[in-house]
Design a protein around this ligand. Structure first.
Ligand SMILES: [Fe+2]
Length: 202
């Protein structure tokens, strides 16, 4: 079957989405203004949610059996990791620096995922005798629906909203804690740590 390169070809469609998000990651790296960075984060998150949902609902199930469980499982776990970070960014009350760091880690994870999809999964899929134009049409339609109606909440958002536990403290530079007036072990009612020496040149 001749392979179509039309815009609605499922594989071209996914590669175009990959280009879009990689472009946004580059724009983020070049951005200086906080508001610009925040707009890019919001746009990338929206793109990624729509893209991942279409893959999970339509593309992955269509190719899983032929491409094999190993590659498909790994791709799904990578989606899960990205979705956890996205859920955290959506619910984030962290300061700007931490939020930007989180987005950078998301970008790295997604770039790795794209590399694997384009290097292994999509070439394997292209070998299959499958109507990728028809599949692509379904994907375009679903993308439009998701963009107009919104992406349904995923398990990762649910998981995070029910999460209990101590919020993670940010690490500070060794000298900064004293300067910031951090309480000593005694003040906190703790035993002083043993074996701690005063700095030699103090
Ligand atoms: Fe993917």
């Amino acid at each position: 079957m001749p392979k179509s390169k039309s815009d609605t070809n499922a594989i071209s469609l996914l590669k175009n989405d990959h280009k879009t998000v990689k472009g946004l990651f580059e724009k983020f790296e070049a951005a200086e203004e906080s508001s610009e960075k925040e707009n890019i984060i919001a746009e990338a998150i929206e793109e990624l949610k729509v893209h991942a949902t279409v893959e999970e609902e339509i593309f992955y199930p269509a190719i899983r059996e032929e491409v094999g469980d190993d590659l498909m499982n790994e791709a799904e776990v990578e989606h899960h990791v990205a979705r956890m970070l996205i859920a955290e960014l959506d619910q984030s009350t962290e300061d700007e620096e931490y939020r930007n760091a989180k987005f950078k880690v998301l970008a790295e994870a997604v770039k790795h995922h794209i590399k694997e999809e384009e290097g292994q999964m999509l070439p394997s899929a292209e070998e299959l005798d499958m109507d990728f134009d028809a599949l692509g049409e379904q994907m375009v339609q679903r993308k439009e629906e998701l963009k107009s109606e919104g992406v349904p909440p995923d398990a990762e958002h649910e998981m995070l909203s029910g999460r209990q536990g101590r919020p993670r403290e940010r690490t500070k530079m060794a000298g900064a804690s004293k300067a910031a007036g951090r309480k000593s072990d005694n003040e906190k009612g703790m035993e002083p740590r043993k074996g701690r020496k005063e700095p030699r040149n103090a």
